[in-house]
Design a protein around this ligand. Structure first.
Ligand code: HSE
Length: 434
């Protein structure tokens, strides 16, 4: 008789674990109708199995011992949803060695240890699914692996951290400062008690690392991603941005040109007429440009039990169907280091917004513009607001395309001028040259 049952075990019964279990139990018949396969939730391991998660779990499934999932010969797919690096990595490697397929939502782990995990999985002829690791419910991994497989990926712009997007949206709409917006994000449960990964661009860089590997067939190169968070952005910069026709977003940017790949995460001024400038609150969006398809955009919830559970279950179905049809996973061709080049941040070209804290005195602008000119940085527009005789005022300058290396050197020089009273803030600007 043909096999039509797949058994899965979950390690980690937190937010995503609960959502995944809910979908597997509540939509069991729907999944069977669509695939002909019975997906059985066989075990769930967590240190805390007493807390009520609002789902009725049938008897005999909950355990406090992860090895009951890892060593159960009935279980085909192990789903790691505990997060963190250890012991999640050890559990995944153990599952792979036990010839079990693995699914994870753990972007930090895939971004930093994905090369080792995937090569172990190849050697053991099992699959690793990580759809839930980037942008929660948005099926962006499937888009890159399948939907856009015919394309050279020219560029990706992603808003892929809901917490930072919530904070920036609140600062924009309510004109509040960063610290107040962060407190509100924490109160609502969007930001972790330690929000470092979200606000310093680390979580976004983990996800960008995964997107870059899928887009360009390169290894996971987390340490090569340039990262800058949103903590220096003030309500004043957001107001200037609005006045200039932009929104400030924390963007993950991937670009490929002249056989070089750019991988960077930083606050970015996005023109108001770009659709992603309108992506607000905790929502995520990813713009992907392919050489054949042109511009495409994907939007949805990047976190939460049910959206992320939706992505985990999609992986379960995908891998389950492969197991039933005895199909191997697709060959993963990975470029060797000599076959691609990651562009150094200092060589990146961008337009820039500068906010100088300059004394309001005759000749100050010409001193600043003189230094910019000496580094080949051409000014597109200037705004100065307010007047404080003898005091510092914000002087805002937008540039044409300039090189990052020149910008950092020019700013260093400008910040030493006696007429400049505070460190200059700069934000990279996207959009066509006027
Ligand atoms: N901390 C993440 C975010 C959750 O804010 O988007 C999902 O990865």
């Amino acid at each position: 008789m043909d096999r039509n049952t797949i058994s899965v075990g979950i390690i980690g019964f937190g937010t995503v674990g609960s959502g995944t279990a809910k979908i597997l139990l509540n939509n069991k018949q729907l999944l069977k109708d669509r695939t002909g396969i019975d997906f059985n939730l066989t075990k769930i391991a967590d240190l805390d199995i007493a807390r009520d998660r609002g789902i009725k779990i049938p008897d005999g499934i909950l355990t406090t011992d992860a090895s009951e999932v890892l060593n159960d010969p009935k279980i085909d797919i192990v789903i790691e949803l505990m997060g963190g690096i250890h012991p999640a990595k050890d559990f995944i490697l153990k599952a792979i060695r036990n010839k079990k397929h693995v699914i994870t939502a753990n972007k930090a782990l895939i971004a930093t240890a994905g090369n080792e995990i995937l090569s172990d999985a190849d050697a053991n002829e099992v699959c690793v699914g990580f759809e839930a690791s980037v942008a929660g419910g948005i099926p962006i991994i499937k888009v890159l692996r399948e939907g856009l497989i015919a394309n050279n990926i020219l560029a990706i712009y992603g808003i892929i951290n809901g917490t930072s997007n919530y904070i920036l949206t609140k600062m924009t709409n309510e004109k509040v400062d960063f610290s107040l917006a962060l407190k509100e994000a924490q109160r609502l449960g969007y930001a972790e008690a330690d929000p470092t990964f979200d606000i310093e661009g680390i979580d976004t860089a983990h996800k960008l690392t995964i997107l870059s590997s899928l887009s360009y067939g390169i290894p996971f190169l987390y340490n090569d991603v340039y990262k800058e968070g949103i903590t220096k952005i003030t309500a004043m910069d957001i107001e200037f941005a609005i006045e200039l026709g932009y929104k400030i977003k924390l963007l993950a940017i991937l670009k490929a040109a002249n056989s070089e790949i750019e991988m960077r995460v930083h606050p970015t001024m996005v023109p108001n007429d770009y659709l992603i400038s309108k992506v607000d609150g905790v929502f995520n969006a990813i713009y992907v440009e392919g050489d054949a398809v042109g511009s495409t955009l994907y939007y949805g919830r990047g976190a939460g039990d049910m959206p992320t559970g939706s992505a985990v279950v999609a992986d379960i179905v995908d891998i389950g169907e492969r197991i039933i049809r005895s199909q191997k996973s697709r060959v993963r061709s990975q470029k060797k280091a000599a076959e691609f080049k990651i562009r150094k941040m200092e060589d990146v070209d961008s337009k820039y917004y500068f906010r100088f804290s300059a004394l309001d005195k005759p000749g100050v602008l010409s001193k600043i513009s003189g230094i910019l000119g000496s580094y080949n940085i051409s000014i597109a527009s200037v705004i100065q607001k307010g007047r404080r005789i003898g005091g510092a005022v914000p002087l805002v300058v937008l540039t044409h395309l300039a090189k990052e290396k020149d910008v950092t050197q020019a700013i260093r020089e400008i910040d030493q001028l006696p007429v400049v009273s505070d460190k200059t803030l700069f934000i990279r600007v996207e959009g066509e040259e006027a």
